[in-house]
Design a protein around this ligand. Structure first.
Ligand code: ADE
Length: 231
């Protein structure tokens, strides 16, 4: 059975986007996962299908109406895999990470809500117990790119998507470390040699070197990850 992504968006034509290319695109064609973009616009109010209104209490921007989003969510739930979580992409959300990608990949799918404007009415978040997830500490114009980032990270973990199934378990992040440096031919490039150990053929020594490099890099560049790993 296919992993099922249902996406509520005002820009349905932005899907599959880059997910239609390369490994994720092949997996989509192969039926390993399915994508069901749901256009928010038809659920809008009145002749013009309005989806937003000014913020209560005043201020800049527009807020997505709870009645409109509520109808779209009810419709999305008829398309989603049973038990799939409801996620709203928002810079206020809990940070997305490899652990979450793995957890989602183990489940039946996800329903992703993409915001535009200043965001979603809080009542709809509370009513449906929607979880807010962020892809990082910066503000995008909408949730569509964030949804695509999340989906890419999940889909590549689905069985049959990567050629080498072992490769996602060997990855740095599954171990809580940054990846060691990689090299390939030529052996000498502009006077820079490949580290001798990698040319030695000693698999034990190579594994040890890679581990040490990954640890050094993580300590220096991401002390937050290093602390998490030690605890
Ligand atoms: N929407 C806008 N910015 C976002 C972010 N950083 N993460 C997730 N969704 C977003």
């Amino acid at each position: 059975r296919a992993w099922r992504a249902v996406v509520i968006t005002l820009l349905p034509e932005s899907f599959p986007g880059i997910l239609g290319q390369s490994l994720t695109g092949k997996a989509l064609k192969d039926g390993i996962w399915q994508l069901d973009p749901i256009d928010l616009r038809p659920f809008g109010e009145g002749k013009h299908r309005n989806v937003d209104d000014t913020p209560a209490g005043g201020g800049a921007g527009m807020v997505l109406r709870p009645d409109v989003m509520g109808r779209a969510i009810e419709h999305a739930q008829t398309r989603a895999a049973p038990g799939a979580p409801l996620i709203y992409l928002s810079p206020r959300g809990k940070p997305f990470d490899q652990g979450r990608a793995r957890a989602l990949a183990k489940g039946p799918g996800a329903t992703l809500i993409c915001g535009r404007f200043e965001g979603l009415d809080q009542r709809v978040i509370d009513h449906y117990e929607i979880e807010e997830v962020s892809i990082g500490d910066y503000v995008l114009t909408g949730g569509e790119l964030a949804a695509q980032v999340m989906l890419d990270a999940v889909v590549r973990l689905l069985p049959g998507v990567l050629g080498n199934e072992a490769s996602t378990e060997e990855e740095s992040f599954s171990e809580g470390l940054l990846e060691h440096p990689q090299y390939t031919r030529p052996a000498d490039w502009q006077g820079h040699a490949i580290p001798d150990v990698l040319m030695s053929g000693h698999h034990g020594e190579i594994a040890k070197w890679r581990r040490e490099m990954a640890e050094k890099l993580t300590k220096r560049r991401r002390p937050d990850l290093w602390e998490k790993k030690k605890s």
